[in-house]
Design a protein around this ligand. Sequence first.
Ligand code: PXP
Length: 256
Amino acid sequence: MSALAPHLRLGINVDHVATVRNARGGAHPDPVRAALAAQDAGADGITAHLREDRRHITDVDILRLMAEINIPLNLEMAATDEMLAIALKHKPHAVCLVPEKREERTTEGGLDAAAADNTLKPYVAKLADAGIRVSLFIAADPRQLDAAQRIGAPVIELHTGAYCDALLASDREAELARIQSAAAYALSLGLECHAGHGLSFDTVGPIAAIPAVRELNIGHFLVGEAIFTGFGDAVKRMRAEMDKARTRLAIVRRDT
Ligand code: PXP
């Protein structure tokens, strides 16, 4: 039996290139140019979150990303009629449904899929009918995974924010254990498992080493790192950190 974990895809989130652009209201830096640099550096996909208040990515950015990149676009959006219409118009490869509050600085928690079965279900169905791969951004909580399965989403993305933000090693270990067991549970339910939020060179390894995880979506840290090393180099180093963790995993699994 093969000991190799499946390829781990890297999705690059370009939202915060647009945040910097919008700080001055002009056209620079261009998130589409960043997406093309990420593509050249080996990214497997591009992620962009079109927020209700358009604070970073705009409708024109989505139009241009669809037209200009050659790798799949994962559109993050809230489950609203406005966003559904936009997704059905552009038909990106994937949509990730996320919770959205105007007052939050970033997506602070996962969707409460367990409490919103009936609200989310029609959105998932309409997106899936259009051939779009739908994921739900949720906490590493078995109740949320059960709900994702009931709702009919084929993919879940586990929120890694609490793991990345933990200050104490013991808290980080506990969060990692929750993510590891949620990923294994997702696999047992037949759900494809992704992960993301807050990941950096320091925190990505243990998440990349979880065999059930198939895709990571990473943005803010890389946009910050790009200031020092350039965006392409930051993406390449992230890819290398992921590959290192995945290779170690393959060696450990061959030895056991
Ligand atoms: N995945 C989801 C669903 C997100 O909402 C975000 C943040 O937009 C990310 C991944 C990427 O998080 P970060 O920008 O902190 O790497």
